[in-house]
Design a protein around this ligand. Structure first.
Ligand SMILES: [Zn+2]
Length: 211
């Protein structure tokens, strides 16, 4: 994003929050909400955010939705292109997911949790995954990829081909299709550098739809 565009963008965001004190603005815009949109912040729920900055949850939620609308408006007006805001992976919204509980979770030991999966070669975030079995991650079941939607699509449509890192500069081989005895779901065996990190809150950034 060019310097003057960045400035315009920041101005728009500050306008949204001018009902707050300057200290609250600093916290909300510099450290919390804005980094969400640029994909740099650690996962935090709106409730946690409200607690941290000490303003009511309804107010935080209202600001967040105003910013969301403002960004959509700017993109629609072509003041900013999605690329300038840094849409991939930047124009995102944190969504809280719930663990699925079904026959597969109990069959695999019922120790279900979410893992953030990334490429171990370049660090590119890949997806959030629900792991039901205890122990290390050696394989994954495609229907248990929770988010983001484009990775769900991508992995579903591999059609028997290997999964490589979506970062074009990396493209490292990560997983191969496999079959698991006693489980009919589409599965992938990890054959490359794949990192996983426990995601306790089930929060994951998904793209905002620009309408
Ligand atoms: Zn990679």
């Amino acid at each position: 994003m060019k310097k003057d565009e960045l400035y315009k963008f920041q101005q728009a965001l500050y306008e949204v929050g001018n009902s707050l004190t300057s200290t609250e603005q600093e916290l909300v815009f510099n450290e919390r909400i804005i980094p969400f949109y640029s994909g740099k912040a650690e996962s935090i729920s709106l409730a946690d955010l409200a607690e941290v900055i000490g303003i009511p949850l309804v107010q935080v939620a209202a600001i967040e939705s105003q910013i969301h609308d403002k960004i959509k408006e700017l993109v629609r007006q072509e003041t900013l292109t999605p690329q300038e805001v840094g849409v991939e992976p930047a124009l995102t919204k944190l969504v809280k997911f719930k663990l699925k509980s079904d026959g597969y979770s109990s069959a695999w030991g019922g120790s279900s949790r979410f893992l953030d999966i990334s490429c171990g070669a370049c660090g590119q975030e890949l997806f959030m995954y629900q792991k039901d079995a205890p122990g290390n991650l050696f394989k994954f079941f495609v229907p248990r990829i929770v988010a983001p939607p484009e990775m769900i699509e991508k992995v579903r449509n591999l059609g028997g081909k290997a999964l490589t890192c979506p970062n074009p500069q990396c493209n490292t081989l990560l997983a191969m299709p496999t079959t698991i005895v006693g489980d009919d779901r589409l599965a992938m065996r990890i054959v490359g550098p794949v990192r996983n990190k426990l995601n306790q809150k089930g929060l994951y950034p998904v793209p905002i739809e620009i309408t």
